[in-house]
Design a protein around this ligand. Structure first.
Ligand code: BES
Ligand code: ZN
Length: 642
């Protein structure tokens, strides 16, 4: 809160000297070269105030270096109780400010061997950011121990009854920290601008295994106690925990899958390519820095396809499609081990630096592993998504959200999770690559990952780095500012084409204009890959008559037998077309699956449907389904159906 005042009002001369020098020193640590930036194009650049708007913490004055967690996970009352022990940087300040959201703070002590209780205050609660926890300390204080308990209001923790797991015998818990939810299960300085190492002692029920984004056990400990170490410094949003009836299946020397035992065999088949994928990624942009790359398959309520928690990617069970069609999600999360986890967006306004680079890198991994045709298929689909998103954003109350550099002050950082960061970001890099040439571009990216490893970076520092290391030395002029600070898509965006997808589009067009549905009666779902079906379905018109749709469904069994990605697309089309026949399948789907991007558009279609009772169906289904959704999906869907 303090720092906000510092930056938004021009009263530097009012600050005392000590504070000023600490501030300047810290600024230099964050390589605030951005302060002398180049940008005149950007109307948003009011004042180059680069600090994280989404934290209350005074991390520029005093910051956590190491965090030790002493926690008990209790499935009887669904709470976590314990202590967050912060080892702080040296500072002369008399207040340390942390972020909390819906946490019960029991007491706070100072010191390591001897702990002395101290006083604290909690500021006003904000719906998005939570509240500042202001701890009174002595100048020079190194250890701050916060005793706390989570409560029912929690947004990061997903507590699942046994019936919502694969085995249906044991309860399950996982956390989701990104973007600013860590503060709802740990009192922390919840900003990506500060990196910390962490360790933890976690006690869980005896028959369950605990895992973290850290060095992990390979099997259960009969006493339910687990110790964790994360020795590389990470931003707080990457602290993660999962507890359940979980078994390890190794895939390679440094990689494997954790899952409920029921799923081990399927996982082994689905993710067999992971060890090779790690090598492929290393060949592109340098060594994997996190020693181990495991994934854990969570229950269906998990709101994302994947989440790049270091050493332990969290993955959605919809990835077990039976046909390895979702392997690009793993490529994506693996790519985050460089873009995001190694080089981290400084603020959530710079989110595209995490996701745009990752989508680009993901596609390079896919190309190296499965060939250009497959990589292009993925890129074309993403591009279609991007065009739709840009249209939607233009019509929305925030048309400025189609800029790569976002302005999310006073908004939920979750609003930035759109195809702009992901796909416009990736196409910015692809366009640059096409101009610089792949060799030069790869060298540039390798240099970038090296220079900024274990650091955070702002968009502005990136632009400087780009100018200095790619554009100027190669005498390239490029409309970087238009890409980053302009709305929509610049003209020079490269075009990617896929013959295989064109074929699917043409087939759909033929059907739309009244042509015969199947010229070849023998066509089966297995004749095309998932991505081809997605394009076929999305190009079918919602004006098609219902008989035709049902004819397709009878032959290809989209509603009943297809994987969850295809089903989602198929249900959207059928809802838009007013086809009630899919409802029983759709209801089952919405109750089972919590992956936000799969269910969000279905609910939207239902609410805008031409069938009046679709709205009622959406609301009723949501009420039945919501206990199987994580807060993130619940929150999104709630806004849609109400
Ligand atoms: N880090 C994201 C998920 C995320 C972003 C969580 C912002 C919370 C806030 C993850 O890497 C991701 O992008 N997941 C995608 C994968 C897809 C693009 C391959 C998903 O879940 O769909
Ligand atoms: Zn991502």
């Amino acid at each position: 809160m303090k720092k906000k005042i510092i930056f938004t009002t021009p009263i530097y001369h009012n600050m005392n000297n000590i504070f000023l020098s600490i501030l300047l020193f810290t600024l230099s640590l964050f390589s605030f070269s951005a302060y002398t930036n180049i940008n005149h194009y950007n109307p948003l650049f009011k004042s180059q105030n680069i600090f994280d708007q989404h934290t209350y913490s005074n991390y520029l004055v005093i910051s956590t270096n190491h965090l030790h967690l002493d926690l008990i996970v209790n499935f009887e009352n669904n709470t976590i109780t314990g202590v967050a022990r912060h080892q702080m940087s040296k500072s002369n300040t008399s207040k340390a400010i942390f972020d909390i959201k819906n946490l019960n703070i029991q007491k706070i002590t100072l010191g390591k061997e001897i702990e002395i209780e101290t006083t604290f205050t909690i500021g006003k609660n904000d719906k998005i950011k939570g509240a500042p926890l202001i701890v009174n300390i002595k100048p020079g204080t190194e250890y701050i121990n916060i005793y706390y308990q989570t409560n029912k209001e929690n947004e990061a923790l997903d507590w699942l009854e046994p019936e919502l797991t694969a085995g249906k015998k044991y309860p399950y818990l996982y956390t989701q920290g990104q973007a600013i939810l860590t503060r709802s299960w740990i009192p922390v300085q919840d900003t990506p601008m500060n990196r910390i190492t962490y360790s933890a002692d976690i006690k869980v029920p005896k028959n369950l295994l605990a895992l973290m984004s850290a060095e992990n056990p390979k099997e259960k400990n009969p006493n339910g106690k687990y110790h964790f170490e994360m020795k590389q410094a990470i931003p707080s949003y990457l602290i993660a925990l999962v507890v359940g009836d979980i078994k390890y299946t190794p895939l390679g020397k440094f990689s494997g899958v954790y899952s409920e035992p029921e799923l081990s065999k399927q996982c082994k088949y689905e993710f067999v390519d992971i060890p090779k994928m790690i090598k492929t990624a290393e060949n592109l942009y340098g060594n994997y820095q996190w020693d181990q790359f495991d994934i854990v398959i969570l229950p269906y309520s998990f709101p994302f396809g994947g989440m790049e928690n270091p050493r332990l990617t969290f993955a959605n069970p919809t990835l077990i499609a039976g046909d390895r069609s979702s392997i690009s999600v793993i490529a994506h999360e693996l790519a985050h081990s460089w873009s995001g986890n190694l080089v981290t967006n400084a603020t959530w306004n710079d989110f595209w630096l995490n996701e745009g680079f990752t989508v680009y890198f993901e596609n390079r991994i896919m190309e190296a592993m499965y060939g250009k045709e497959i990589a292009d298929i993925n890129a074309v689909i993403e591009f279609q998504d991007l065009l739709t998103s840009i249209e939607d954003i233009e019509k929305s109350e925030h048309p400025e959200d189609s800029r790569l550099k976002l302005e999310l002050d006073n908004r939920d950082p979750d609003d930035g999770m759109t195809d702009i960061a992901y796909v416009k970001g990736a196409f910015f890099l692809r366009t640059l690559e096409s101009i610089a040439g792949r060799n030069k571009f790869d060298k540039f990216l390798q240099g970038y990952f090296n220079s900024y490893a274990f650091k955070t970076i702002t968009t502005e520092s990136f632009i400087q780095y780009l100018n200095k290391n790619l554009l100027e030395p190669n005498k390239i002029t490029f409309n970087t500012n238009e890409w980053i600070y302009g709305k929509g898509l610049p003209e020079n965006c490269i075009k990617i084409n896929s013959k295989r997808l064109n074929k699917m589009e043409n087939w759909a067009q033929e059907i739309n204009s009244g042509g015969k549905v199947f010229k070849n009666k023998k066509i089966k779902r297995s004749d095309f890959v998932t991505q081809e079906w997605l394009v076929f379905i999305r190009k079918l018109s919602s004006e098609l008559n219902i008989k035709t749709l049902n004819q397709i469904d009878v032959q290809l069994k989209f509603s009943s037998k297809a994987n969850d990605a295809i089903k989602s697309q198929w249900f959207i089309l059928n809802v838009n077309a007013g086809n009630k026949k899919i409802r029983p399948y759709l209801e089952k789907y919405l109750i089972k699956i919590g992956r936000r991007w799969y269910i969000e558009s279905i609910y939207k279609s239902l609410m805008e449907s031409r069938l009046i009772d679709d709205q009622k169906f959406a609301k009723e289904t949501f009420n039945k389904a919501k206990k199987g959704y994580h807060y993130i999906s619940k929150n999104t869907i709630e806004k849609i159906v109400n």
